[in-house]
Design a binder for this molecule. Sequence first.
Ligand code: HEC
Length: 113
Amino acid sequence: MNKLLTVATFFFFIITSCSSESNNDVTNLPNNNVTYKNTIKAIIDTNCLNCHSNPPTNGAPMSLTTYQNVKEAVENRDLIGRVENGTMPPSGNNLTTAQVQAIKDWETNGFVD
Ligand code: HEC
């Protein structure tokens, strides 16, 4: 009888620890819903196109008006580093933590259009 109780308790802990672990995994997963069209484009359009238009103005070196432009800037021009350390945009409000996270999730998920 005692042995049965021990076994039952053991399984109880296994099951509860498993379920709380998978809950943590879910919260740590990147937001799979981030796409260029539903999230990223609006962030860039609002905060970056004053200068990164096509053609770019105010000395900006490239435009960020298309999916391809933005993807390439994340891959080759450290776009995430620039918005995270606040050097882009150079004036006005920095992107919010949630906006920076959205761009990171977009990269992690493979740049869904
Ligand atoms: C007021 C004009 C202006 C705005 C707004 C602006 N930028 Fe820039 N950006 C520049 C200029 C000028 C440079 C070149 C000088 C430099 O690298 O700091 C630059 C450079 C960059 C670079 C580095 C390019 C390279 O090849 O080294 C990235 C990445 C970038 N901007 C991303 C952004 C993003 C993303 C936003 C919006 C969140 C943004 N910028 C908003 C003017 C701007």
